[in-house]
Ligand binder design. Sequence first.
Ligand code: FES
Length: 99
Amino acid sequence: MQTVAKTSEIPNFGKKVVSVSGREILLINIKGTFFAVENECPHQGSPMGAALVKDGYIACPRHGYRFTLADGKCAEHPEFVLTTFPVRLNGEEILVELA
Ligand code: FES
């Protein structure tokens, strides 16, 4: 796992894009629970930074496909799965495991 940001950099219900080993990762804070997903929609590659996050889902800003934050699955279009990464907190540090 590697440190990618500090918790104080991402407000509640906020997002932040970080670049890690050449990949863009989108970090999301939901009431102190942090998620990390690929900053690229598996449908047609839209960046996810402007995505709407609600009720455990992240909705792509381009066509609105909704992916579950926990595992990246899309109920409406199961052939598309958003890549998610395990996250761990170490004090203020957000650590992400890249596949
Ligand atoms: S590019 Fe994300 S839903 Fe189409």
